[in-house]
Write a protein that binds this ligand. Structure first.
Ligand code: UDP
Length: 330
């Protein structure tokens, strides 16, 4: 298939681009390079430098590349930032997707795989999270993505041949196993990169955001899925999607790890001390989030191949050690 990957110069999008190429698809990338990296786009893959809200430019990119399916990663994705600046999140993530859909409508592109998030569930009453649980986000980031899911449902109702999948990610981690690409965010707030930056000596210590949660060791629990597994799931879903279908899947490994478990694993993988201290809880952090990932397994036979957190951290560490300044363009 001819696939346009929005956000293909970003962390997850760039791994998806590699997976699609390996699967024999033809890929073009559309990225504003606001937070993406030109060097993350492989040689030979066309890069259209544009914002999603430039509807005409997006339409042209769809037509010129004879696109069959859009994989839509481009978005802002910091919960804390979304709380402080909600308009920017609704504008980029929600209005940006409406513009993309408008361009797809005009160019008659009838397939979309959308990056949604477990943040659309808010603080569910029980764990693990299944797709049918109520969605009630607790921050603008989660709402900006849930609104898109709604827009997609309504657009699909009015356009019977349009097919989409909304993939609700848990915590994405790790780097390409061949070391070619990895995670490079500015600012970096995610726990695994923070731990590795401490191991590299770039950050003095990690602060544990609260150890008085109602969890076995008192620290928050999350479901960490390897970025290559996540990218693989996108390709599998895209290839399965038939005219007029709507699919919603959780993408996680179905197991949770605590912050303390991550620190121990990162110390083991890196052989570094990784000093840690205890700080207050971070606003908006649910104590525990992990997926029931049975639906995609039952329907498409897909499950994560990496479930050992040390293996995930090892791939990330390989990238961080080799590229302490990331892509070097921040
Ligand atoms: N966390 C932490 N210290 C940090 C960064 C994160 O204790 O410096 C915790 C955070 O409270 C959460 C978990 O690590 O429980 C994962 O946070 P991250 O920001 O990586 O992802 P999120 O779950 O917020 O999307």
């Amino acid at each position: 298939m001819n696939v346009l990957v929005t956000g293909g110069a970003g962390y997850i999008g760039s791994h998806a681009v590699r997976r699609l190429l390996a699967g024999g698809h033809t890929v073009a990338v559309l990225d504003s390079l606001h937070r993406g990296h030109r060097a993350a786009v492989p040689d030979g893959v066309p890069l259209v430098e544009a914002d999603l809200r430039q509807t005409d430019v997006v339409e042209k990119a769809l037509n010129e590349n004879k696109v069959d399916c859009v994989m839509h990663f481009a978005a802002l994705a910091y919960v804390g930032e979304s709380v402080g600046d909600p308009l920017t999140y609704y504008d980029n993530n929600t209005a940006g997707t409406v513009s993309l859909l408008r361009a797809m409508d005009r160019a008659k592109v009838r397939r979309l795989v959308f990056s949604s998030t477990c943040a659309t569930y808010g603080e569910p009453a029980s764990m693990p999270i299944v797709e049918t649980m109520p969605q009630s986000p607790i921050n603008p980031y989660g709402w900006s993505k849930l609104f898109v899911e709604r827009v997609l449902i309504d657009y699909a109702a009015a356009n019977k041949d349009f097919a989409f999948a909304a993939l609700r990610y848990f915590n994405v981690a790790g780097s390409a196993s061949d070391g070619s690409i990895g995670e490079d965010h500015e600012p970096e707030t995610h726990i695994i990169p923070v731990l590795l930056n401490v191991a590299l000596g770039k950050v003095e210590k990690v602060t544990i955001f609260g150890d008085d949660y109602d969890t076995p060791d008192g620290t928050c629990i999350r479901d960490y899925i390897h970025v290559e597994d996540l990218a693989d799931a996108h390709a599998v879903v895209m290839e399965a999607l038939k005219d007029g279908e709507q699919r919603f899947y959780n993408l996680g490994i179905g197991q949770g790890r605590s912050v303390k478990e991550l620190i121990d694993a990162a110390r083991e993988v890196t052989g570094c001390k990784i000093p840690a201290d205890l700080g207050p809880r971070r606003a908006g952090d649910p104590p525990m989030l992990y997926a029931n990932a049975d639906k995609i397994n039952n329907e498409l036979g897909w499950s994560a191949s990496i479930t050992d957190i040390k293996q995930t951290i090892e791939t990330a560490w390989r990238w961080f050690e080799a590229n302490p300044d990331g892509y070097g363009d921040n």
